[in-house]
Every structure is written in structure tokens, then in C-alpha cells.
Design a protein around this ligand. Structure first.
Ligand code: TXA
Ligand code: MG
Length: 335
């Protein structure tokens, strides 16, 4: 290999507090695996995804198997560039295109009518497809090198906390995934915002990394799904989701029983009561920092074998809405 390709052709990422780089050989290896119908976990700006060739139904079936994901829960298709949108979406309403042009690459998924090329297993039989262009150099390099759209849910077991580091992926799925690309911690830390164009009016199905305020500033008022558990429009909206094993309760909803070993998930400052362990999402009250820390903090508390986790809500605006949505779902244990 030439000196040029050795030295220069690295991908650099700045993450919260570290730089990481992966050479093009590893990207080529990962892309070859995708083309061969295998699975590759990869970083995005939101959370790590578990990817496979979106046009290969068998490869996509393996994703459902690895995650223990019910087949009624469709996957998001990831593109390297907005120019590839027509490969998976058969029509793109004007407002959807406006959002794509404004927020891609970025934490926004659009639900659009699908093309025949997208297999039913990707969309769980729906005639729409969820699609986004991730804002992560490594993710886009992988998809670009694979030469095919990549279907990828978050790389966690179904219903559990999404991974925001490669180690989280190794811990839960390590043995079953063909390759895990490590791009350091995810910058955004909560999943993409999903906006559906399945009906005439745009509808936010899942709160996430792009705020409702920013969407409304771009295309005007949108409805936000406040649906029930029975037939979730986006199954990520199941009431119990993103859940740690330790019971999580929102502060103010109840009080800890005497003698309980309690962990406290604070938004900005620690608890008044004595606690076994405390995690502070952002000491300066910054919602972006809090979102980026959320899942890691939940995992650390969950690993301590506590009786309960007490969680404070974030302010209910901007990214705080997505944080609070995840906390409510983490609290709603059905098992
Ligand atoms: O940030 C993200 O979106 C991450 C990264 C990896 O891109 N992915 C992610 O995927 O969170 P997943 O599978 O954990 O959540 C995808 C959500 C599910 O709730 C699914 O129901 C919804 O997207 N979804 C996908 N296609 C859909 C469609 N055609 N109609 C409605 N909802 C859809
Ligand atoms: Mg998920």
C-alpha cells in the first residue's frame, strides 16, 4: 500500500472527549461484509446501529434474530447521501424534501412511500420506509463503500437501552455480530426524530435528536404522536422501551421504601436524600450534554445491582422532550 493511502486515508472523528480514527482497510472489510449479507455494528451521531444490506432480505432477517426484535417493528434505512433517496422512496413530498435538505446529514428519519426495491421485512410489510442520512463520517463511509442502503436498528437487544459506545454493543451483542466498528461515543446520544409523511399532514412519531421546535421553524406546525401502546405507529413508542433492568421511577411519582438501595439520575444537581450512587446528566444544565450522557448514565446505574433508580425529568423543551420521553418509557416496565 502506498504511503499516501496509509497516512492520509484515515477517517477522523471528534467525539465528546476523544478523537478516534479507523483506517480505510477496516471500512473496506466492513463494507465487504455488508455486501456478503453479514451484519456490522457501526457508530452514528445518535446511537450505534446494527446494519445489514437493506436490499437483502435474508441479511435483514438476521438483524431481527440477533436483536430478538418482533417482526412487526420496521427498520430505518441509512443512506450515504440525500442523492440516493429515490432508491428507497418512491415519492418525496415537498415538506419532506425541505426537512431532508435542512437536517441531513443528521438525526432525522423521514417515513416515506417505499420503492419496490425495499423488501417487506425491512418495513414490516408497511408500504412506507423510514430513511435517514446519518451525520457521522464513519457511518457514511461504510454505506458509501458498501454501495447499498444499510438497514439498521439501534444495536441493542429489543426493548433495552440503546448503545452509545462500541463497548455497549460488545456487551450485549458481541458474539452474534460479524464486525463492530468503533467510532467512540455518540455525539447526540438519543435516537433520531421520526417524522412520518404516510398521511397528508406530517406527524412526529418519535421525539429525538432534532427538536420539534427546529422542525416547526422549518415547515410550520406539525402534530406529535401521542399514541397508545396498543398499535404503536412507531414501535419504538411501545410504552416499555429503552429500559434498564433495575426498576426506574420518575422523581415525584413515588417515594423510595425504607432500606432500598437507590441510585439517582439527576438532571443538573444531586439529590437531597442520601443515595447509593448519583449520576448527573449535565452540571451546567445543558440539554445537549444531558442527552449525550443519558444512556451511559442509565447503564452505569443499572450495573450496580441497586433496588431502584430514581430519575429526574429534564426541562420539557427542545431536546429535553426527547430525554423525558425516554425516561418515561424506561419507567414503564411491563415485565
Ligand atoms: O437514531 C436512530 O434512529 C438509530 C440509528 C441507528 O440510526 N436507529 C434507531 O432504530 O433508533 P430503531 O430500530 O431502534 O428505531 C426505529 C424506529 C422504530 O420505532 C420503528 O418502528 C420506526 O423507527 N420505523 C421504521 N420504519 C418505519 C415506518 N415505515 N413507519 C413507522 N415507523 C417506522
Ligand atoms: Mg431501538
Amino acid at each position: 500500500m502506498s504511503a499516501e493511502s496509509n497516512a492520509a486515508r484515515h477517517f477522523f472523528f471528534e467525539t465528546q472527549n476523544m478523537k478516534s480514527n479507523i483506517d480505510t482497510n477496516e471500512i473496506a472489510r466492513a463494507a465487504a461484509l455488508i455486501r456478503a449479507g453479514k451484519t456490522v455494528a457501526f457508530p452514528t451521531e445518535t446511537v450505534y446501529g446494527l446494519g445489514a444490506d437493506a436490499f437483502n432480505a435474508l441479511a435483514v432477517a438476521r438483524i431481527f434474530e440477533i436483536k430478538g426484535r418482533p417482526s412487526f417493528d420496521p427498520l430505518i434505512v441509512h443512506l450515504a447521501d440525500i442523492a440516493h433517496l429515490e432508491r428507497v422512496a418512491s415519492s418525496v413530498p415537498l415538506l419532506a424534501r425541505t426537512l431532508a435538505e435542512k437536517f441531513w446529514p443528521g438525526p432525522l428519519t423521514l417515513v416515506l412511500p417505499k420503492t419496490a426495491a425495499v423488501p417487506d421485512i425491512v418495513t414490516s410489510g408497511l408500504n412506507t420506509v423510514g430513511v435517514r442520512v446519518p451525520d457521522h463520517a464513519l457511518a457514511r463511509a461504510l454505506i458509501d463503500a458498501a454501495g447499498t442502503p444499510v438497514a439498521a436498528p439501534s444495536a441493542n437487544l429489543f426493548g433495552r437501552i440503546s448503545p452509545t459506545t462500541a463497548q455497549h454493543v460488545r456487551d450485549q451483542l458481541g458474539a452474534s455480530v460479524d464486525l463492530i466498528l468503533d467510532g467512540g461515543p455518540c455525539r447526540v446520544g438519543v435516537e433520531s426524530t421520526i417524522v412520518s409523511f404516510a398521511e397528508t399532514r406530517p406527524l412526529v412519531l418519535r421525539l429525538g435528536g432534532v427538536t420539534v421546535e427546529d422542525i416547526e421553524a422549518t415547515i410550520g406546525r406539525v402534530d406529535v404522536f401521542a399514541g397508545s401502546s396498543e398499535r404503536p405507529a412507531a414501535p419504538g413508542n411501545l410504552p416499555s422501551h429503552y429500559a434498564p433492568r433495575t426498576p426506574l421511577t420518575l422523581v415525584g411519582a413515588d417515594t423510595p421504601a425504607a432500606g432500598e438501595k437507590v441510585g439517582y439520575l439527576a438532571f443538573q444537581s444531586g439529590p437531597k436524600e442520601k443515595c447509593g450512587a448519583v449520576e448527573i446528566l449535565s452540571a451546567r444544565g445543558d440539554l445537549k450534554e444531558a442527552a449525550a450522557n443519558l444512556y451511559g448514565a442509565m447503564r452505569r446505574l443499572d450495573a450496580l445491582g441497586l433496588d431502584a433508580i430514581w430519575a429526574e425529568s429534564a426541562p420539557e423543551s427542545g431536546l429535553g422532550r426527547a430525554i423525558n420521553d425516554r425516561l418515561r418509557r424506561a419507567a414503564a416496565r411491563c415485565d
